[in-house]
Design a protein around this ligand. Structure first.
Ligand code: BMA
Length: 818
């Protein structure tokens, strides 16, 4: 077998009048090519989004030449492999149409031997404007579910095309309807067989794991072909008697004393290399051995939903993942790595790949395998009813089978989910039976496709839903997963999080602006005001900015200036999400997952993310690092009582103390102290004590609560510290503090920032103008007499002097009075 790689520089043309062809990268997208050629401005800056809307209106043609020699042509079979064409396209070899493609999530493999010639050849991929395709395919439907659109104007009916659904804009997303060719693009030949997929099945028993490896091989004709399987230091050769067409060839391995794979925080992530070779074609993977179950069953509280790995019920701590950029050409392993490392650094062990984006590439899942991040994998359908015509269903079926086959051996993948919130677009009352039927047909097609490719995992029909068979009333907290949006979208106050006991909260979020440096990147000199056109363009949720301001008026004194506004929005976001997570974590085993909306951004924007587009940590991400710590304490004020609660994800008994103080806001004096013994079983949670609130704090405008949790178990110690005000911050006279700092270098090449204060400060936050820095901790309360030492790393090389000049220290009081 040999390969001709067709990636590289292609010629890109467009039927827009006067457009002269440009060079484009393959893999790559047309927007990136246009940007490089200087034909569009950076859509991430200013009002430039308006300038890129034309791209989606035209047809694009990608072309290149390549040579093929006689030896390559002599092979029995030659096929063209295209991992992903975005989206509706006809593909030509030497001017003759060889295939068309309608689904960017479906790999295309076309036999092309008769179309090739010795010497020079041309390949062209002609991509139709999405709107043209949508209108065309729509004519083949007998039933037309309501067309859904993004924020942009040239993508009316996104649910009619198998393309990244958020490309036309989302309530956090830029509208950039682009096209492109992604993944691997090559010609391959062989003497007659093709190794299509490899799958593994694991059977765990005491001290042993039996692994069956199966190769899916496509053969041109019957015959015997040697297939080699190499795993765990052993090699098996099977002389497979193949029939023409699809074949499966298996080999069994037994791994004694397997080194098991665990989610982050629960153990190691050993990966066993596996290589399968057939007829010179090789597929390699790394396999994590683990007994993965997703449990959804009736119990005394309703119906649970939880991940059980190697017999341990894992509390899922994480966030929802969206595409990391609007331009797929920019998806590098390094960018995935940075975001996923930040997730793990914040003590996350789970991400939900949301259904409005894409099935990510191998690098993403590879890194999740390595880092121990459990993946809730949606199929790529979101917030719409999708067409149920035969041709459309066939596409979805093929897509799901391909993607599940491609990804199923990743240790990280915990569950397949049918879609994101599509059932919410079906009427609750059956006044529109056809729409219900339509949804059900699509959902059933996905279920059957998933099962055709993987029987080892639970299929969860949609997120959210109650059970595998119950789509009704998606806000049911006692069953399945829930998307709890009553605080942000519903405008409830933050303590509404205390009113529910979700079994698994797979979405709940609160918006904030991105980091000041990111805002400065897109806003320009004239836009430094929250209601400026550019700030409003970089806010995609209707009334999002009004919501942020309205919530300010409930909790805070209004910020003094533009930068205080940005800062305070992040305080508010962190406060909101921390309230929910800290409480829900202590409700386990009833609640077994908190996945907040959303981890990342696909352009610089105000959104629910905790990492902004450039990877800067918003205050929420620092809070996440603390509220997702292995052991946490919290104080929940409910019904005039204070509940002192703890939760542990440690696999051994942990014992110690949670010390609670009433602290005077004016000077930081600890005026009351309560010491609560903690003794938790492995993975335990408890309500330690409940006390009437007024017994503890007579005047909540004068004092706040501080807790310090210190426990140990299994030879390790764990600490967690937090604070809770029992009234809104705006009612309190926060003191004006003098904060002193010292910057230095640490021995291991990092930097150190030491901070002290003469009065209590809240949401103390350090950042650097124009310098990206990630701190060991940030956004917390600091009391007089304490020295806080923060280490940090910077994005680029900088000197101490530069850091000194660029340092900005903010806190709650100075946000309204500086
Ligand atoms: C959800 C998601 C997204 C959306 C988010 C914020 O429920 O599924 O569709 O971006 O809420 O509104």
């Amino acid at each position: 077998m040999s390969k001709i790689n067709l990636s590289g520089i292609w010629k890109l043309s467009c039927d827009k009048e006067g457009f002269s062809p440009i060079e484009a990268n393959v893999p790559g997208d047309n927007a990136s090519a246009l940007l490089r050629a200087g034909l569009i401005p950076d859509p991430n800056v200013g009002l430039n989004e308006h300038e890129v809307q034309w791209i989606g209106r035209y047809n694009w043609r990608w072309e290149r030449r390549f040579t093929v020699d006689r030896e390559f042509l002599n092979a029995e079979r030659i096929w063209l492999n295209l991992d992903s064409v975005d989206t509706a396209a006809d593909i030509f070899l030497n001017g003759r149409k060889i295939a068309s493609s309608e689904d960017m999530f479906l790999r295309l493999r076309v036999e092309v031997k008769p179309f090739l010639q010795e010497g020079e050849n041309t390949i062209a991929v002609a991509i139709t404007a999405p709107q043209t395709y949508i209108d065309r395919i729509s004519e083949t439907f007998t039933y037309h579910p309501p067309r859904r659109e993004g924020n942009g104007s040239f993508f009316y009916g996104r649910n009619y095309i198998r393309k990244i659904q958020c490309q036309g804009g989302w309530d956090w997303g830029v509208s950039l309807v682009l096209s492109g060719i992604y993944g691997e693009i090559c010609l391959e030949n062989s003497s007659g067989t093709r190794l299509e997929y490899v799958r593994t099945e694991q059977f765990h028993s005491a001290g042993r794991c039996n692994v069956t490896v199966t190769a899916e091989i496509d053969a041109l004709a019957a015959g015997t072909v040697p297939v080699t399987f190499a795993f765990n230091g052993e090699t098996r050769r099977v002389d497979a008697a193949l029939t023409a067409g699809k074949n499966e060839v298996s080999a069994d391995f037994e791994v004694g004393n397997p080194k098991l794979w665990y989610p982050a925080g629960y153990g190691e992530q050993p990966l066993y290399p596996l290589t399968v070779t057939a007829d010179g074609m090789t597929l390699s993977k790394r396999i994590g051995l683990r007994d993965m179950q997703t449990v959804s069953e009736k119990d005394e509280y309703g119906v649970c939903l939880k991940f059980r790995v190697n017999g341990i019920d894992v509390f899922a701590k994480g966030a929802d993942w969206i595409p990391m950029d609007s331009r797929p050409e920019t998806y590098t392993r390094a960018r995935y790595d940075a975001l996923l490392s930040d997730a793990v650094e914040a003590n996350m062990n789970c991400l939900r790949v949301w259904g409005g984006g894409l099935y990510e590439n191998e690098d993403f899942y590879d890194l999740c395998d390595e880092k121990g991040i459990l993946i809730w994998q949606d199929m790529m359908l979101a917030c719409a009813v999708y067409p149920d015509s035969d041709n459309f269903l066939a596409l979805i079926r093929a897509e799901v089978i391909h993607q599940v086959k491609r990804l199923r051996d990743h240790a990280c993948i915990a569950l397949w989910c049918g879609d994101n919130e599509c059932a919410q677009f079906v009427p609750r009352e059956h006044e529109n039976v056809r729409k219900v039927v339509c949804y059900d047909r699509v959902n059933q097609a996905i279920r059957h496709a998933v099962f055709a490719a993987d029987r080892t995992r639970l299929f969860w029909p949609t997120s959210p839903c109650n059970t595998q068979d119950d789509f009704t009333d998606q806000d049911t907290e006692s069953q399945g997963d829930m998307h709890y949006w009553r605080v942000w979208h519903g405008g409830r106050s933050v303590d509404a999080y205390y009113e529910i006991t979700p079994r698994f909260c797979s979405e709940f979020g609160y918006q904030a602006f991105p980091s000041q440096n990111t805002v400065d990147f897109y806003v320009g000199e004239n836009g430094r005001n929250v209601t400026s056109p550019v700030m409003e363009l970089h806010q995609k949720n209707n009334a999002g900015n009004s919501k942020i301001v309205e919530m300010f008026t409930r909790y805070f004194r209004l910020p003094a200036g533009f930068e205080d506004f940005i800062y305070l929005s992040q305080v508010q976001q962190a406060m909101a999400i921390r309230t929910g997570v800290e409480f829900w974590r202590t409700l386990k085993p009833v609640c077994m997952g908190t996945i907040y909306w959303q981890l990342n951004d696909n352009w610089p924007v105000a959104s629910w993310s905790s990492l902004d587009y450039f990877g800067n940590w918003k205050q929420l991400h620092y809070h996440a690092k603390r509220f997702y710590a292995p052991v946490i304490g919290t104080i929940v004020p409910r019904e005039n009582k204070l509940e002192f609660r703890v939760s542990s994800d440690v696999g051994s008994r942990v014992c110690g103390t949670m010390t609670v103080f009433a602290v005077r806001i004016a000077d930081g004096c600890r005026v009351k102290r309560l010491s609560l013994p903690v003794d938790l079983p492995p993975y335990g949670a408890a309500l330690l004590r409940q006390l009437p609130a007024e017994e503890w704090i007579a005047d909540p405008t004068q004092e706040f609560l501080l807790w310090e949790l210190e426990v140990s178990g299994d030879g390790k110690s764990y600490t967690h510290r937090g604070d809770r005000f029992l009234t809104e911050y705006k009612h309190c006279e926060l003191p004006k503090a003098k904060i002193t700092h010292r910057l230095s270098r640490t021995e291991d090449g990092k930097f150190l920032l030491e901070l002290e204060t003469d009065k209590p400060v809240f949401y103390l936050f350090a950042e650097f103008r124009k310098i990206q820095a990630t701190f060991s901790d940030n956004s917390f309360a600091l009391l007089p007499g304490e020295i806080c030492r923060l280490t940090f790393r910077t994005g680029a090389e900088v000197s101490l002097e530069e850091l000194e000049q660029a340092l900005v220290i903010r806190d709650l009081r100075s946000s309204y009075d500086c």
